[in-house]
Design a protein around this ligand. Structure first.
Ligand SMILES: [Ca+2]
Ligand SMILES: [Ca+2]
Ligand SMILES: [Ca+2]
Length: 269
């Protein structure tokens, strides 16, 4: 009987440990998901070894109670000058990730807190830290998580507070400033929240192009676009393939030069 009890408590401890590990691994990070630094005109960069839990993470962040960022994967890039950026995301069979994701993604300026988290024992940003929950409670209403697919949102980690941790964010919260989104399919897939622009064809791929982005750091959150599938069980793991490209903006100096050339030619003619 004694042995049986010990066995049970060991199992329970193991279960708690597993849950803790899987959650901490899924806190917001860019590990293996940094497209790189671009001025525009570089070759496309493809990241095709990533997975996401469920086919609904992005769509779930379009409603009033937001979504859980653990159901997304965060990617990042840096621009050194103004550029236009294009991103294509497709479902992709990779490792434990099955084919079949209907992708949606949102582009934000700003980054999550980056490892190493210096204010030990702080954690990477996640939806259920005290400061994230305090922030969400301040917005009113119940929230499933901090992720907002259609607007600017904020999130912080455990024990992240005060200017010691992050002089850019004295309240300890990272800010993702909304720029735009792209999503596979139609309202039949991603739901009828106002302001969503789908690509109209549910084929497991979507492309978004974002013009005149200023130099700086950017985050992209990618997840599933099938709102209704959050009711399904079990929740499969899906593979992602993401192709990123940056094109330089023509500088005003260059445009001026081209205009002058046209005028010269007209005068000669
Ligand atoms: Ca939900
Ligand atoms: Ca939701
Ligand atoms: Ca599509």
């Amino acid at each position: 009987m004694k042995i049986h009890k010990t066995h049970k408590s060991l199992l329970a401890s193991a279960g708690i440990l597993l849950v803790t590990l899987s959650q901490s691994q899924a806190h917001i990070s860019y590990s293996g998901r940094n497209f790189g630094t671009f001025a525009g005109g570089e070759a496309p960069v493809i990241i095709s070894n990533q997975t996401v839990t469920g086919n609904f993470g992005w769509a779930d962040g379009t409603d009033a109670d937001f979504g859980d960022s653990h159901k997304m994967k965060a990617f990042r890039f840096t621009l050194t000058s103004t550029a236009t950026v294009s991103l294509t995301v497709s479902g992709n069979a990779v490792g434990a990730g099955i084919l079949g994701l209907n992708p949606g993604f949102t582009l934000y300026s700003g980054l999550a807190h980056l490892a190493p988290i210096t204010n030990a024992p702080g954690s990477a940003d996640h939806d259920f830290s005290n400061i994230s929950q305090d922030y969400l409670n301040g917005l009113g209403g119940p929230h499933e998580g901090a992720f907002n697919a259609l607007a600017t949102w904020r999130v912080g980690g455990d024990n992240q507070a005060g200017p010691v941790f992050d002089y850019n964010a004295p309240d300890g919260l990272s800010t993702f400033t909304y720029i735009g989104h792209a999503v596979d399919g139609t309202a039949a897939n991603y739901g009828n929240a106002p302001g969503i622009f789908g690509d109209g064809l549910l084929d497991g791929t979507v492309t978004g192009t974002f013009y005149n982005l200023a130099a700086g750091n950017y985050s992209i959150f990618i997840g599933g676009s099938d709102y209704a599938s959050q009711l399904n069980s079990p929740v499969p793991t899906y593979g992602i393939s993401a192709t990123f490209m940056a094109v330089p903006e023509p500088s005003t100096g260059l445009i001026g030069l081209l205009g002058a050339t046209v005028l010269l030619r007209r005068k000669r003619n």
